[in-house]
Write a protein that binds this ligand. Structure first.
Ligand code: GMT
Length: 380
C-alpha cells in the first residue's frame, strides 16, 4: 500500500510510535510517506521505502498564527494525487484528524476516496483535545475518520467518556522491537557510571510537568537514604530539567544523579538499569515503561491511566497511588535489596513486553487498514 503517515516530530510517544510503525511497514514492502513540520526524531530519511515530506508554512503579515492544519491538509492532497496514497494514518487527533478530514473531502470532490485512520495517543483526548477551545472540532474529526484506534483500553474508555463518539474504537496497543530493546552487555558503560557497582535507577521522559520528574528525584533520594548505594540516570530533556537540577543541589545528591539529555540509543542505558521509575500524573500507555520492561527492567509506576495494563503489580514491578513517593521508595528498596525478587521481576517484565511484539502488532495495523479500506469502498 501507499500510506501517508502524519505525526508530531518531537521526542514524545506518539511520534516514536508513528515512526517505528512507518519503518516496520516500509520493511514489509509498503511505500510510506511521512508528513510533519520537522523530521521525526527517530526517522532516518535514508531508510528504504520511506519518504519524508516536511510541511512548510508560509508566513504572512496577517498571520500571527500561521495555519499549519491547512498547510498539512494541502500536503495530504498533494501526496494523495502525486504519490497515489491509498490511505492516510494520522497519529494524535489534534489537528491531524481535522486536516485529514479536509483533505479527504477535497479528494472526494474529485471522486477519489481515501480512507483516514486516526490513532489516539493521549493528551489529544485527556488534556488538549477535551479543552473547550478544541473539543467540538476534535470530536467531529475523530468521528469522521474511517477507522479509529486507541493505544490502550483505558484511552478507549476515556474517549467515549469525554466525547460523543459513535465510531467503533479499536484498541491496538503500542509495540516494541524486542531485538533492539533487550538487555545487552554494556559493562564498560556500567563501570564508567558506577565504579563501585552501584544499583542503577533510570527515568526517561520529556520532562514535562505530567512526568513528575521532581518525584523521581524525591523517590531516589529516599532510596539512597535507606542505604542502597545507587545512581540515578535521567534521560531526556524538557521544561522541568532546571527544577530537577536545583532539587538535586538542594538535596545534596548531585554526585549520584546524571542528566544524560536526549538520547537516541535509550536501550544502552536501559541495559545497565536495575529499576525504572515512571510516576506520571497521566499516561495512556507508558511506552517508556514498555521499553524498560523489554530490557528486563522492573518498573515502579503510578497506578493511573493505561499503566496498569502494561506494568502488572507484584509481577513486573509495582504500582503506587499517584504522588505516593513513600510507596514508590519502599517498593524500590524492596526490589533493589532482594536479588531473587529482582531476577524474577526482570524475567516477568521481559515476558510481559513480548506480548507487545512489534511484528504482531504491526500486522494488526495492516489488517485494520485493509478492513477500513474495504468498508469505505463498499460505502461509496
Ligand atoms: O506523553 C508524551 O510524552 C507524549 C504523548 C504523545 O501523545 O505524544 O504520549 C502519549 O502517547 C504515548 C504513545 O502512545 C503513550 O505511551 C503515552 O502514555 C502518552 N502520554 C500521555 O498520556 C501523557
Amino acid at each position: 500500500m501507499n500510506i501517508g503517515i502524519v505525526c508530531y516530530p518531537t521526542f514524545g510517544g506518539s511520534g516514536v510510535v508513528a515512526t517505528e510503525l512507518a519503518k516496520t511497514l516500509a520493511k514489509k514492502g509498503h511505500n510510506i510517506h511521512m508528513m510533519s513540520y520537522a523530521k521525526p526524531a527517530r526517522l532516518d530519511t535514508l531508510e528504504t521505502g520511506i519518504t519524508y515530506h516536511e510541511v512548510s508554512i508560509n508566513s504572512y503579515p496577517l498571520f500571527e498564527y500561521p495555519p499549519y492544519d491547512l498547510a498539512l491538509a494541502t500536503q495530504m492532497v498533494n501526496l494523495i494525487e502525486y504519490q497515489d496514497l491509498d490511505l492516510l494514518h494520522v497519529h494524535y487527533a489534534l489537528p491531524h484528524a481535522t486536516s485529514a478530514y479536509l483533505a479527504k473531502q477535497i479528494m472526494a470532490e474529485k471522486a477519489r476516496h481515501v480512507p483516514v485512520v486516526t490513532t489516539l495517543h493521549g493528551t489529544d483526548i485527556t488534556l488538549v483535545g477535551s479543552d473547550p477551545s478544541y473539543k467540538h472540532v476534535v470530536e467531529f474529526s475523530i468521528d469522521k475518520s474511517d477507522g479509529v484506534t486507541a493505544v490502550s483500553e483505558y484511552l478507549k474508555r476515556e474517549t467515549y467518556d469525554r466525547f460523543n463518539i459513535k465510531q467503533d474504537i479499536k484498541v491496538i496497543p503500542n509495540f516494541i522491537d524486542l531485538d533492539r530493546f533487550k538487555k545487552s552487555n554494556k559493562s564498560h558503560f556500567k563501570k564508567a557510571i558506577c565504579p563501585n557497582d552501584e544499583k542503577v535507577i533510570v527515568h526517561v521522559s520529556n520532562f514535562r510537568k505530567v512526568k513528575r520528574v521532581p518525584e523521581v528525584i524525591t523517590v531516589f533520594a529516599k532510596i539512597l537514604e535507606s542505604g542502597i548505594d545507587s545512581k540515578l540516570l535521567l534521560v531526556g530533556d524538557g521544561p522541568d530539567r532546571q527544577k530537577a537540577e536545583q532539587q538535586c543541589r538542594d538535596l545534596g545528591i548531585c554526585e549520584h544523579v546524571r542528566f544524560l539529555g536526549k538520547l537516541e540509543q535509550v536501550e544502552d542505558v536501559l541495559s545497565i538499569a536495575d529499576l525504572f521509575l515512571i510516576p506520571s500524573g497521566s499516561e495512556t500507555f507508558g511506552l517508556a515503561a514498555l521499553e524498560a520492561m523489554s530490557c528486563s527492567v522492573p518498573v515502579i509506576s503510578s497506578n493511573i491511566g493505561g499503566l496498569p495494563e502494561v506494568n502488572v503489580h507484584g509481577e513486573t514491578g509495582y504500582l503506587c497511588d499517584l504522588d505516593d513517593v513513600n510507596c514508590m521508595a519502599e517498593y524500590g528498596v524492596k526490589i533493589l535489596s532482594d536479588t531473587k525478587l529482582h531476577s524474577k521481576m526482570a524475567a516477568n517484565a521481559r515476558k510481559q513486553a513480548e506480548r507487545y511484539n512489534q511484528d504482531i502488532v504491526v500486522e494488526e495495523y495492516e489488517r485494520f487498514y485493509e478492513d477500513v479500506s474495504a468498508k469505505l469502498l463498499h460505502s461509496v
